[in-house]
Design a binder for this molecule. Structure first.
Ligand code: LLP
Length: 422
C-alpha cells in the first residue's frame, strides 16, 4: 500500500491536493510552505493502525514541524506529542495536547522548563544524565509533586544514517550508556520525588534499515528485563523516532507496518505500552516549499537560477547535503540543462540544488521542493534580516493560512538601542 499522491500535475499545472500551487503563491506569496492535511492524516492513521490493538502511543515529535495546525491535526487523530523544550511544550498545550500524552525529551532541560512540564502534569521525562535527574527530583519536591521518568539509554548501535542525525553511538552526547542503566535506575528509585515509569532510546533519524532498530531494541529488551528483576517499574517503552522517508529513489525506508511489526516483535511482549516519537515520517512528504525564480545568469560555464527562498527558509540541503526533488510550475518544454538553484543569502553554501537538470525557466516561474514538511520551517531563521516564511494548510480545494509571513518589524521587536552617551 502506498500513499495517495498529494502533488500532481494536471494539464501542465501542479496541484497540491486540489489547489493549484500557482494560486497558493499568488494568494500567500513566496517563499511559502504548504502542507496537505490529508497527507498528515493518512500517515498518522496508518502508523497508528500498524500497531493494531497493542497498547501504543504515537507521540508526534513536534520538532519536525511545530505549526499549531499541524500539531492539532495529529492530536485529532489520537496522537500524543514528544517535545524537547518549553517552547514545544507550550505549543503542544496550546494545540490542545492531553498532558498525559506528552513525553519530554532532550539533553539540556532547564529548571524552568522542568517546572512548566511538572505543572502541566506530563506523562514522562526522558532523562539524559544523573545531574538532570537530581535537579528534576529537587524541582518536583519544590513543587510538591512527583516526576515520572525514564532514562534515555544509549544502546551504541550504528543507525546507518547521516552522521549529523545519528544519535545512538557511544560517543554521542545523547542518553546514558546502556551499561550504566542499573546504577542510574537505582539512584532514581532512591530519590523521593521521582517515579520510574519507563525506558527510552532514540538512535537517529531518517532510518531506512530495520537492522539497527532491531539491534537497539534487543538491547533495550535486555535492559528492561534486568531492571524489572531489580524492582523497577517499566510501564512505558519509548523507542524514539527516526523512521525514514523516501526523499529520492535511492532511499528505501521500511513501511510503517514493517516498522511497527519489528517494534512489536522485539519489545511488544513485555507488558508495557510502546511509545514511538515519529516526526519526519508523519510530516515530510505532506509538505512542499514554494519559491519563485528571481533571475537567471551564467557565470562562465556555470548556470544559476536565483530564487527567493534560501538557507534561512530551508536548511537541509546546506546542512546535510539533502537533494530534494524539484518540480517546476508551469511545466516548461525544452531540454533540461544542469543548473545550480541558489537563494539570496550571502553565503556560497546557500544553494538548494547543485547541477540539477531543470527545463529552461522564466523569471517568475515557481519551483516546488517536494517532501519538505519536516525540518523545513522548523529550522528556519532570520539570517540576513529575512522574514520567516508563511505556512498554509491545504485540504481538498481549500487553503488556509496557518502562519502569516513574519513582518519586518517583528524581526527586530525586542531589540533596543542603548544610549551609552547619556
Ligand atoms: N525523538 C527524539 C529524541 C529525537 O531526537 C528526534 C529527532 C525524534 C524523536 C524525531 O525523529 P524523526 O522521526 O523526525 O526522525 N534536522 C534533521 C533531523 C534531526 C532529528 C533530531 N531528532 C534533519 O533535517 O534531517
Amino acid at each position: 500500500m502506498s500513499y495517495r499522491e498529494l502533488l500532481a500535475r494536471r494539464e501542465g499545472r501542479l496541484f497540491l491536493e486540489d489547489v493549484p500551487v500557482a494560486e497558493l503563491a499568488r494568494r500567500f506569496g513566496t517563499p511559502l510552505y504548504a502542507y496537505a492535511r490529508s497527507g498528515l492524516i493518512e500517515r498518522a492513521d496508518r502508523l497508528r493502525a500498524a500497531f493494531g490493538d497493542a497498547p501504543a502511543l504515537v507521540a508526534y515529535s513536534v520538532k519536525a514541524n511545530m505549526n499549531l495546525a499541524v500539531i492539532r491535526t495529529f492530536l485529532e487523530r489520537g496522537c500524543g506529542v514528544d517535545v524537547t523544550s518549553a517552547g514545544e511544550l507550550e505549543r503542544a498545550l496550546r494545540a490542545g495536547a492531553d498532558p498525559q500524552k506528552i513525553i519530554y525529551s532532550g539533553v539540556g532541560k532547564r529548571s524552568d522548563e522542568m517546572d512548566r512540564a511538572l505543572a502541566a502534569g506530563i506523562r514522562m521525562f526522558n532523562v539524559e544524565s544523573l545531574e538532570e535527574l537530581e535537579l528534576l527530583d529537587q524541582r518536583a519536591g519544590a513543587a510538591g509533586t512527583r516526576a515520572p521518568i525514564s532514562f534515555r539509554l544509549n544502546p551504541d548501535v550504528d543507525p546507518k544514517t547521516h552522521p549529523y542525525i545519528a544519535t545512538g553511538l557511544r560517543h554521542s552526547k545523547f542518553g546514558i550508556p546502556i551499561e550504566s542503566a542499573t546504577d542510574a535506575y537505582a539512584r532514581a528509585k532512591a530519590l523521593s520525588n521521582i517515579d520510574v515509569v519507563g525506558v527510552d532510546c532514540h538512535i537517529g533519524s531518517q532510518l531506512c534499515d530495520l537492522g539497527p532498530i532491531r539491534d537497539a531494541l534487543l538491547r533495550i529488551k535486555q535492559a528492561v528485563l534486568t531492571l524489572r528483576r531489580e524492582g523497577c517499574n517499566v510501564e512505558l517503552i519509548d523507542v524514539g523516532g527516526g523512521l525514514g522517508v523516501e526523499y529520492s529513489g535511492s532511499d528505501d525506508p521500511p513501511s510503517p507496518e514493517a516498522y511497527a511489526d519489528t517494534l512489536l516483535e522485539v519489545v511488544g511482549g513485555l507488558d508495557a505500552t510502546l511509545v514511538c516519537e515519529p516526526g519526519r515520517s508523519l510530516t515530510a512528504e505532506a509538505g512542499i516549499f514554494l519559491t519563485r525564480v528571481l533571475y537567471r545568469k551564467e557565470n562562465g560555464e556555470h548556470r544559476f537560477v536565483i530564487v527567493d527562498g534560501g538557507m534561512s527558509d530551508q536548511l537541509r540541503p546546506m546542512l546535510y547535503g539533502a537533494e530534494p526533488r524539484i518540480e517546476t510550475d508551469p511545466e516548461r518544454p525544452g531540454e533540461p540543462a544542469a543548473v545550480d538553484v541558489v537563494g539570496p543569502v550571502c553565503e556560497s553554501t546557500d544553494r538548494l540544488a547543485k547541477d540539477r537538470p531543470l527545463p529552461p525557466l522564466e523569471r517568475g516561474d515557481l519551483l516546488v521542493l517536494r517532501d519538505t514538511g519536516a525540518y523545513g520551517f522548523s529550522m528556519s531563521s532570520n539570517y540576513n534580516g529575512r522574514t520567516l516564511a508563511a505556512e498554509v494548510m491545504v485540504e481538498g480545494d481549500r487553503a488556509e493560512l496557518v502562519r502569516r509571513r513574519q513582518t519586518l518589524e517583528e524581526t527586530w521587536s525586542g531589540e533596543t538601542i542603548p544610549d551609552f552617551e547619556r
